[in-house]
Design a protein around this ligand. Structure first.
Ligand code: HEM
Length: 550
């Protein structure tokens, strides 16, 4: 009550294991109860904000508090309060109990707070610079060419989701870790059971880890506590193998980088090389003190411990490909539903290509010209961004928070969650059509006087897919360059993507069906379409075009 905010009651603790195990069955039952008495159930699972968008705030205001037998949680869809929470990173921290679950191989940039965060950020973020963006551009260009060849060769493509994930992982490995791989040879044949049994592979082990994140949290915890492998049965045994194999791959990549380092190749400035340097630094500290380096070792201000290196490699693997891949997957599907937006981006792509007589498209010159491709990304992120809510926590100290002109008391041990999905569809800021997918809203066309196109500047705090303030996503530019380069490659020279209709289905019915799949997306680490393989796409090109131009 002291917060002065409207109170919404929730009779269960959304974080309790019992509720987590039974919610799939129980939520639909509660939601069918009369007079809205079971409405609370719609807000009792992670990711609920995607479905509700601004609707709960329309009834209860831009800020309200959900009071449950677990910890209470303030839900915010107020732009200036969002800005304040994001800026005050030491007052509104990441809840160690929640984010600690992502310490699967060890603490990392995404999960730590305070001084440890400064250290992780200082080491892992510098490689994501303009030089790196040029590399992202080149890697993405190659991947676009290769995946398009495969898609063209098929009557219909039902594997868009795993394919774009493969593409994004390859771009990350190439530009982030210095490990170039082609889409084709790195692709694991999904039906080749024998090879899967014998050797899980980098991609398959990562896919398996991400698809079983809840079990993985428990497994990672027990493994780090020293529980032996023979104890696991069934799916947990396979997951345990994926856990070990993925760690082995990370170690191999580190070893390769270390060898290059020892052979005097100091020209490498990717994430992997920075992590190798950080590990060396911590070893030097340890040797000087004749002890194992730990975060409490005196002088340990620059390095990372072994666990922290693996923790960061894992989180960058996860955050660095799953997010961009999901965004691209939604964008391609939405373009297939709304071909008019394909024509819109294709006009820009054709113009940019025609203007360059050499046929070579370098990052520095071409990326800034692809405003419509970037607008496509922004609009996809606004409505279908991979992160739909952002939890913060007051920890041991109560805080004061301004919501517009009013100051509110926020007790200790209270969650403060920024509702991205609501902010991104707030009717006051996205009028007149907050729920409509309309990429052109991001660009006002040049006026008759020949002024340049004007990029929309949303009110601060109303468009935050990459977060804002000190903990803004370090991969923001990486993702933008990757997305635009892939789209630039995929929709060149008249290439288009179409929905494949089911037998007896009209074009309109196919659109409605696929839009249904898009809007039933769920949070599985990031926002993902469930049953994505039911969507069949066909890639077509004009008969005159010989091979895909990228
Ligand atoms: C469309 C693509 C992406 C979106 C929408 C996105 C979104 C976000 C968001 C919302 C956060 C804040 C998370 C939090 O505070 O809990 C974040 C953090 C982070 N992202 Fe991204 N991200 C994207 C791509 C990437 C890429 C490509 C990388 C790496 C190459 C990356 C690495 C990270 C890391 C390491 C953090 C933690 C930063 C910190 O806490 O200081 N992300 N991202």
């Amino acid at each position: 009550k002291k917060t002065g905010l409207p109170i919404l009651l929730c009779p269960v603790n959304p974080g309790s294991p019992l509720w987590m195990l039974s919610k799939e069955v129980l939520i639909p039952i509660f939601l069918r109860l009369p007079f809205g008495i079971g409405d609370w159930a719609g807000r009792a699972e992670v990711g609920w904000t995607f479905k509700e968008k601004f609707s709960v705030h329309a009834r209860h205001g831009e800020a309200f508090i959900i009071v449950s037998p677990g910890e209470n949680e303030i839900i915010l869809a107020n732009p200036s309060a969002t800005d304040e929470v994001m800026r005050r990173r030491n007052d509104f921290i990441k809840n160690p109990a929640l984010y600690g679950m992502l310490d699967i191989y060890g603490p990392n940039l995404d999960t730590v707070n305070g001084k440890a965060w400064d250290r992780h950020r200082k080491i892992t973020v510098p490689p994501f610079n303009e030089q790196n963006s040029a590399l992202v551009w080149r890697e993405s260009g190659e991947q676009a060419e290769q995946v398009l060849r495969i898609w063209y060769g098929k009557q219909q493509v039902t594997s868009t989701q795993p394919d774009v994930h493969a593409v994004a992982l390859n771009v990350l490995c190439g530009a982030g870790f210095g490990m170039h791989s082609s889409f084709v040879d790195a692709r694991l044949p999904q039906d080749d059971e024998a090879s899967v049994k014998e050797h899980m592979g980098y991609r398959e082990s990562l896919r398996m880890l991400l698809a079983n994140i809840v079990q993985l949290v428990i497994l990672g915890f027990l493994k780090r506590a020293g529980v032996p492998n023979w104890i696991w049965l069934g799916n947990m045994r396979r997951l345990s193998r994926a856990y070990d194999e993925f760690k082995r791959y990370m170690a191999e990549m580190m070893a390769l980088e270390k060898r290059a380092f020892e052979q005097g190749d100091f020209s490498r400035h990717n994430l992997m090389s920075e992590l190798v340097r950080a590990l060396e630094q911590s070893k030097r500290v340890a040797t000087a003190g004749k002890e194992t380096a730990t975060t409490t070792t005196p002088g340990f201000a620059l390095g990372l411990t072994d666990d922290e290196v693996y923790g960061n490699l894992f989180i960058y693997n996860l955050a660095g490909h799953d997010t961009t891949a999901s965004t691209l997957h939604f964008a391609i599907t939405l373009l297939a539903i709304y071909p008019e937006w394909q024509e819109w981006i294709a006009k820009e792509i054709d113009q940019v290509r025609e203007a360059e007589s050499t046929g070579l498209h370098y990052y520095e010159q071409t990326f800034p010209k692809l405003q419509r491709c970037l607008a496509l990304m922004y609009e996809t992120l606004r409505l279908y961004g991979p992160v739909v809510m952002m939890p913060r926590y007051t920890g041991d100290s109560p805080q004061r928070l301004h919501i517009d002109e009013e100051e509110h008391f926020v007790p200790s041990k209270t969650g403060v969650t920024i509702n991205f999905a609501a902010l991104h569809t707030h009717p006051k800021y996205w009028a007149p059509d907050p729920l409509t997918f309309r990429p052109s809203r991001w660009i006002s066309p040049a006026d008759e006087r020949g002024e340049d196109d004007v990029w929309l500047q949303p009110v601060p705090g109303t468009f935050v897919p990459w977060n804002m303030g000190p903990r803004v996503c370090p991969g923001k530019k990486f993702a933008q360059v990757e997305f635009t380069r892939l789209v630039f490659g995929l929709f060149a020279d008249g290439t288009r993507v179409e929905l494949v209709q089911q037998e007896g289905e009209t074009g309109q019915a196919a659109k409605a069906r696929v839009l249904g799949v898009v809007n039933r997306a769920k949070l599985e680490v990031t926002l993902k379409m469930v049953d994505a393989e039911t969507i069949a796409l066909r890639w077509v090109k004009p008969a005159s075009s010989v091979s895909p131009a990228v």
